[in-house]
Design a protein around this ligand. Structure first.
Ligand code: PLP
Length: 394
């Protein structure tokens, strides 16, 4: 549409949200679709967090909030970083936002100039590339493969760095691959990055607690990377609070100050009630949400077992988040029930139409050989969905 800005015309619609809309449309038409496309826990918010929100309403937390978040919430975040990550921050290094998505958007807006390059180890979360483009940046994908568990190597990272590289963005645990970088693996990447002080690291740790590998590590733990790393986190995934919209960053003060300034002109402070609830969520130990993590672990075993039975699906073992990311390139060039499959998008659409299962094409995540299935779904839905997929492709 010529009436719209070049900025928005150049942007892609979020593929995950587009799939969700298409699923809803088919469901409305009476189709029995199983949705494995959404990145959303299917639990409700734990009662102790709900109670904190109800109390906040009763206590009249109705006014505008400080742009960078309530002091008590910033303290709870500082406590969380110390407790879970052994990383120290001052209140001036923390900014609370309307979801980690806004935290990330703030960062691209305050750090990127026209033409600045942003390294994205692929597969990466859908919004990174488009947020960078809106801010004038140029996404540079660094491909990985299922053989290396979709993790970027130090050599590939170094080869991608140029004088124009402004930042690298990655998530660990990773959406969509479920890969988790160990401390040793991060150290190898850090050994490269210390040689290029013009590169800022954006470490998206929103799936921190949904980790089956036995430990979470962050680039900011290293003394020589602390001043150059921004951690993005939030309450959406760990506490099943996706709609409450609270995310946050911890990072260098000069970056936090800029995010505060940007946010002050765009949204102001995040929702008052959700912030009060987030204080309770973060002050309580992660053991309180272990039951959800345990359930995700069981579902991971279930879906991996079922998928390993399907010819043509190449899978690895995701160590975190709640996704599997099979390589389905085996089907490219083949015809299934009269339909030609030439890409991951064709395959994902085929599964929607023929198996009535919603997935997301890997193309949206910068990996054209894969599709993403979310196992944040009930066991019966997972079983039925994989059975349908198996029938549709054999
Ligand atoms: N980062 C990653 C890797 C995600 O998967 C998501 C949500 O899907 C977000 C950030 C955004 O989280 P929030 O709901 O806090 O905006």
């Amino acid at each position: 549409d010529k009436r719209l800005s070049n900025r928005v015309n150049a942007m892609a619609t979020s593929a995950t949200l587009a799939m969700a809309a298409k699923t809803r449309e088919l469901k409305d038409q009476g189709e029995d679709i199983i949705g494995l496309s959404l990145g959303e826990p299917d639990f409700t918010v734990p009662d102790y967090i709900k109670d904190a929100a109800i109390q906040a309403i009763k206590d009249d937390f109705h006014s505008y909030t400080p742009v960078d978040g309530y002091g008590e919430l910033k303290n709870a975040i500082i406590h969380k970083f110390k407790r879970d990550n052994n990383i120290e921050y001052k209140p001036s290094q923390i900014v609370v936002s309307t979801g980690a998505k806004q935290s990330l958007a703030n960062l691209t807006m305050v750090l990127l100039n026209e033409g600045d390059e942003v390294l994205l180890p692929a597969p990466y979360w859908v919004s990174y590339a488009d947020q960078c483009k809106v801010a004038g940046g140029v996404p540079i994908e660094i491909p990985t493969t299922i053989e290396t568990d979709f993790k970027v190597t130090a050599e590939a990272l170094e080869a991608a760095i140029t004088p124009k590289t402004k930042m690298i963005i990655y998530s660990s645990p990773c959406n969509p691959s479920g890969s988790v970088y160990s401390k040793e693996e991060l150290r190898k990447l850090a050994d490269v990055l210390v040689k290029y002080p013009h590169v800022t690291v954006i470490s998206d740790e929103i799936y921190e607690h949904i980790n089956f590998s036995g430990g979470h590590a962050s680039m900011a733990e290293f003394d020589d990377m602390y001043d150059r790393t921004v951690i993005v986190n939030g309450v959406s995934k760990a506490f099943s609070m996706t709609g409450w919209r609270i995310g946050y960053i911890g990072g260098p003060e000069w970056i936090a100050r800029a995010c505060n300034k940007m946010q002050g002109q765009v949204t102001s402070g995040a929702n008052a009630i959700a912030q009060r609830a987030a204080i309770t969520a973060l002050e309580n130990p992660p053991s309180k949400i272990k039951f959800m993590v345990d359930a995700f672990r069981e579902r991971r075993e279930l879906i991996l077992g079922l998928l390993s039975d399907i010819d043509g699906f190449k899978i690895n073992k995701p160590e975190g988040a709640f996704y599997v990311f099979p390589d389905i390139s085996y089907f490219f060039g083949k015809t299934l029930r009269g339909k030609n499959i030439n890409s991951a998008s064709d395959f994902s659409l085929y599964l929607l139409e023929e198996a009535k299962v919603a997935t997301v094409t890997g193309e949206a995540f910068g990996d054209p050989n894969c599709i993403r299935l979310s196992y944040a779904a009930s066991e019966s839905d997972i079983k039925e969905a994989i059975l349908r997929i198996k029938e549709a492709v054999s």
